[in-house]
Design a protein around this ligand. Structure first.
Ligand code: HEC
Ligand code: HEC
Ligand code: HEC
Length: 91
C-alpha cells in the first residue's frame, strides 16, 4: 500500500469521526444509552415525536417513556433495533 492511499484512509477515518457529533450518549445515570440523534432528526423530521414542547427537552425521559416511544417505534416500524445491547452499553 503506498503513502497516498494511507493518507486517504486516514482522512476517511477522520471524516467518519465528524459524524459522531450527532451521537447522543446518555450517561450511566441514564443507563448508557447511545444513539444517533442527527440520523433520527433527518429521517423522522418531526422533532415533536420526542420533544413534545421544546426541542432539547424530553419530558418524562426514563425507562417507561423510552421503552414505549423509542422501542415502540422500532417494533411498530419493524426497522429499528430492539435488543437491549442495541441501545444500552454499546461499544
Ligand atoms: C427519536 C427521538 C428524538 C427526535 C426525533 C429528536 N430528538 Fe432531540 N433529543 C432526543 C433525546 C433522547 C435527547 C437527550 C435528552 C436528554 O439528555 O435529556 C435529545 C436532545 C436534544 C437536544 C439537546 C442536546 C443537543 O444535542 O444539543 C437538542 C437541542 C435537540 N434534541 C433538538 C432536537 C431537534 C431540533 C429535533 C428535530 C429536528 C430533535 N431534537 C429530534 C431525542 C430526539
Ligand atoms: C418514530 C420512530 C422512531 C423513534 C421514536 C425512535 N427511533 Fe430509533 N430508529 C428508528 C428507525 C426506523 C431506525 C433504523 C434507521 C436506519 O437504520 O437507518 C432506528 C435506529 C436506531 C438505532 C440504531 C442506529 C443508531 O441511531 O445508532 C438506535 C440505537 C436507536 N434507533 C435508538 C433510539 C432511541 C434511544 C430512541 C428514543 C430516544 C429512538 N431510537 C426513537 C425509528 C425510531
Ligand atoms: C430502542 C432503545 C432501547 C432498547 C432496545 C432497550 N432500551 Fe432500556 N432504555 C432505553 C432508554 C432511552 C432508557 C431511558 C434512559 C433514561 O433514564 O433516560 C432506558 C431505560 C432502561 C432502564 C432503566 C430503568 C430505570 O428506570 O431505572 C433499564 C433497566 C432498561 N432500560 C433495561 C432494558 C432491557 C433489559 C432491555 C432489553 C429487553 C432494554 N432496556 C432495551 C432504551 C432502550
Amino acid at each position: 500500500m503506498n503513502k497516498t492511499i494511507l493518507v486517504m484512509l486516514a482522512l476517511a477515518a477522520f471524516a467518519g469521526n465528524a459524524f459522531a457529533e450527532g451521537i447522543i450518549e446518555l450517561p450511566a445515570a441514564r443507563h448508557n444509552v447511545k444513539f444517533d440523534h442527527k440520523h433520527h432528526q433527518r429521517f423522522l423530521k418531526d422533532c415533536t415525536i420526542c420533544h413534545a414542547n421544546s426541542p432539547g427537552v424530553v419530558e418524562g425521559l426514563g425507562k417507561d417513556w423510552a421503552h414505549k416511544n423509542c422501542l415502540g417505534c422500532h417494533v411498530f416500524r419493524e426497522k429499528g433495533p430492539t435488543s437491549c445491547p442495541d441501545c444500552h452499553n454499546r461499544k
